[in-house]
Write a protein that binds this ligand. Structure first.
Ligand SMILES: CC(C)(COP(=O)(O)OP(=O)(O)OC[C@H]1O[C@@H](n2cnc3c(N)ncnc32)[C@H](O)[C@@H]1OP(=O)(O)O)[C@@H](O)C(=O)NCCC(=O)NCCS
Length: 197
């Protein structure tokens, strides 16, 4: 997967291994319709792995909520066709949300079977972690079905460790982020001038 040219923040043009051009960008309200349409094409297994329970459809209400992340605590990226939002098919969605404690952030990701296995999952996860670091989050986590070995392998390869959730059939993957570097405090002039000067 190759990234090309300069774009606004969190926007990237990438070419997938199959030659398809994809735009990665923050989710937009116009994506609600295309996301509902894409949801209808998902396999039940994909839906269960992402939402941890079966769902027949993504209602308009649910879609509207998903496309309007709260900028104070949420971040969501889509991998879509390089067309205007609203027209573009959405192939993958990755989101992260900071908990009330301000320290932990939960991710969720879905790369549909039309575009999986080509590095998008890894790329999007890295972007979520980068965003979390910028927000001084201490831990990124996600709950994954026991049976979801691809997601567990992806998380492990990115440095996540596994924890139990206490809930049967689920495992939590957790990435500890380094504490933010303390800001350098400028010394008062008296202390910053060379000795003897
Ligand atoms: C799990 C998921 C996000 C992976 O996305 P993807 O774009 O296919 O992943 P990538 O192509 O970037 O592959 C990254 C790694 O995932 C793992 N992986 C992906 N597909 C795999 C498979 N079929 N079997 C085993 N491991 C697999 C591998 O470790 C792979 O690394 P490698 O390519 O170096 O071997 C995607 O399959 C998905 O959305 N599944 C359904 C929803 C879900 O499970 N969400 C997670 C819970 S929130």
């Amino acid at each position: 997967m190759a990234a090309r040219n300069r774009m606004p923040p969190w926007h990237e043009n990438v070419r997938l291994a199959n030659g398809r051009d994809i735009l990665i960008r923050p989710i937009r309200p116009e994506d609600a319709g295309p996301m509902q349409a894409a949801f209808a094409l998902l396999e039940p297994g994909e839906i269960r792995q992402r939402f941890l329970h079966p769902m027949k459809e993504l209602s308009s209400q649910q879609a509207e909520r998903l496309v309007r992340p709260d900028p104070r605590r949420d971040f969501a990226l889509v991998a879509a066709e390089p067309l205007p939002p609203g027209e573009a098919l959405v192939g993958a969605v990755a989101r992260i949300s900071i908990d009330d404690n301000g320290q932990d952030a939960e991710f969720a990701i879905l790369v549909s079977h039309y575009v999986n296995g080509m590095g998008l999952g890894r790329h999007l996860m890295r972007r979520l972690v980068r965003w979390a670091k910028g927000r001084k989050v201490r831990r990124v986590y996600g709950d994954v079905l026991d049976s979801n070995l691809p997601m567990q392998a992806l998380a492990e390869s990115l440095g996540f460790r596994k924890e139990t959730t206490g809930e049967a059939g689920l495992v939590r993957v957790v990435l500890d982020l380094p504490p933010p570097k303390p800001k350098a405090v400028p010394l008062p002039p008296m202390l910053s001038s060379p000795i003897g000067a």
